[in-house]
Write a protein that binds this ligand. Structure first.
Ligand code: F6R
Length: 350
């Protein structure tokens, strides 16, 4: 497929986000309801495009959370697990070594597992060991299945009776996203194209904070994978305790600063300072903000805008947004040529 055809296809997939969020939610609710229990602790387990689903949903939950929640992107679990621990295993392909290894540890420790996947080994294991599973549509690049997986995860939490206000916040935000997406029907000149141009020839730095941490990480990862572009994240307030000492005016970077209508006052002051410094030193930067009714509404819109910026940059650079050349071979290396998947299957009991 040509770059132009891939850009068109990727753009259309993003414009279909609200449908995917809804579809995922509807499938997730039934799975959660069928196995309801009250956990003491929650772990979201997954890597890359599936792992970020955990980041996004824990950012959505953090102002209203009732349970300690961990996002784990590693082979080993961050805390001890027992039968009061809800472990949601997120892997689009169902074959990711780190995720399967963590899932095997959670299973042998007695954790209550749920899976969200399109198939692969995770689906097989879940079928054989009675793990409630949400099946998402097959045939996508995992990072483009994020809306469906986010919807599925919120649906499971709602079905389990532990999502609280998140269900309403999410469904209202999805409605409002449908309207927002209409503004991007035409792929000509708009905000995504304008911002992507500032990144050409420069390293992108996405500045995130509060509930927009996951959103800034999504932008960074989408720029990496879709636009094959060097991109990093600066998280506030932490960056003011280390990174700031190294900030010098540079023509080699372009900052993308996420502003929110829900910024804590000290974060607003820090962001105002950063914008002032970038402006007075003549550096390249863009500020991203959107009108929203709630912080969840804001997150969904900014995730969508981030996706579109990455696709616009791929178009401007003439690179294929859907094709990956290095990640697939690193997946093999990180699984020790499949030995770690075999081990995980054995730990599940065959
Ligand atoms: C590919 C992508 C990757 C994968 C990651 C984990 O589109 O975004 O970051 O998501 O390699 O694979 P899965 O999601 O299949 O567990």
């Amino acid at each position: 497929m040509s770059v132009e055809a891939e850009v068109e296809m990727a753009w259309r997939l993003v414009l279909g986000s609200s449908h995917l969020y809804k579809r995922g939610f509807e499938s997730g609710v039934g799975v959660g309801e069928s196995a309801a229990f009250e956990p003491k602790l929650i772990i979201f387990l997954g890597m890359g495009g599936s792992g970020i689903v955990g980041d996004i949903v824990s950012d959505m939950m953090y102002p209203i959370h009732r349970h300690p929640t961990y996002v784990c992107k590693d082979y080993t679990l961050p805390v001890p697990v027992d039968d009061k621990t809800l472990v949601i295993v997120l892997s689009y392909s169902g074959n990711t070594a780190e995720t399967l290894t963590g899932a095997a540890e959670a299973y042998t420790s007695g954790g209550r597992l749920f899976a969200i996947t399109s198939g692969g080994l995770l689906d097989d294991l879940a079928g054989r060991h009675g793990i409630p599973t949400v099946k998402v549509a097959k045939g996508m690049e995992p990072r483009f299945a994020v809306p469906e997986m986010v919807g599925a995860l919120i649906g499971v939490l709602h079905g389990l009776g532990i999502a609280g206000k998140l269900e309403r916040l999410f469904l209202t935000a999805v409605e409002s996203l449908t309207e927002y997406l209409r503004g991007f029907e035409k792929t000509a000149e708009g905000e995504p194209q304008r911002i992507s141009k500032t990144l050409l020839g420069r390293v992108a730095v996405a500045v995130g904070h509060t509930h927009l941490r996951s959103v800034s990480y999504r932008l960074k990862s989408q720029l990496n994978e879709n636009a094959k572009h060097p991109s990093y994240v600066t998280q506030l307030p932490e960056a003011f305790h280390n990174e700031m000492e190294s900030w010098r005016p540079s023509q080699h970077t372009s900052y993308i600063i996420f502003r929110s209508s829900y910024e804590p006052p000290a974060i607003s002051a820090a962001l105002n300072w950063i914008v002032g410094e970038l402006e007075s030193s003549g550096q390249s930067y863009s500020v991203i903000r959107t009108q929203s009714k709630t912080y969840v509404d804001e997150m969904l819109k900014l995730i969508t805008l981030s996706d579109l910026i990455s696709i616009s940059l791929a178009a401007a650079k003439g690179v294929h947004p859907l094709k990956l050349s290095l990640i697939p071979s690193f997946r093999r290396l990180l699984s020790l040529d499949g030995r770690l998947q075999d081990l995980a299957v054995r730990r599940f009991g065959g």
